[in-house]
Design a protein around this ligand. Structure first.
Ligand SMILES: [Zn+2]
Length: 165
């Protein structure tokens, strides 16, 4: 990794805002051009969800990796992802409401890194796009959500600065 960039890994056992109470401290000082994050979610059974403008979408049970970014307010954003009760605004809100949030990975990077990070996720074995357009309204990616039959190993572990409990 280029110097000055950091990566943080958070492992979450229970999907709750409480699990993220230490997040602002942890993320303190991460003020780069963009903060990229991956959410690793687990859906225990197949669901049909009405995802805003996308309409009804079928989500098979399994693991999902969502790639997002926040230029500011990252801790707040992640705490929101961890909350079950919220106003449904982004595509991902519909999924985080019912899926188990297992892991968050955060890294600081340049401005186009969100799409690059998602492409890296799509190169992992078994990655599939299930819902075209999910989370990618603002770019040309097919989606920013990848689905996996088995739990994927998201690249990034072991970076300098990684926090693992
Ligand atoms: Zn994209």
């Amino acid at each position: 990794m280029p110097s000055g960039r950091r990566s943080t890994v958070l492992f979450i056992r229970r999907s709750s805002a409480r699990a993220l109470s230490g997040l602002p401290d942890l993320l303190n000082g991460m003020t780069y051009a963009a903060e990229i994050y991956h959410l690793l979610l687990y859906l225990d059974r197949a669901r049909r969800l009405c995802v805003g403008s996308l309409g009804p979408c079928d989500f098979p049970a399994g693991y999902y990796v969502y790639t997002g970014s926040a230029k500011r307010g990252l801790a707040k954003r992640l705490a929101r992802h961890a909350r079950k009760r919220k106003t449904l605004h982004w595509h991902i809100d519909y999924l985080t409401r019912v899926a188990q949030l297992e892991q968050i990975r955060v890294k600081s990077a340049g401005s186009d890194a969100e799409c690059r990070s998602h492409r890296a996720i799509m190169k992992l074995p078994g990655a599939r796009v299930i819902v075209p357009g999910f989370g990618s309204s603002d770019c040309r990616c097919p989606a920013h959500l990848a689905r996996f039959e088995r739990r994927p190993a998201i690249p990034g572990a072991g970076y300098p600065g990684a926090v693992e409990p």
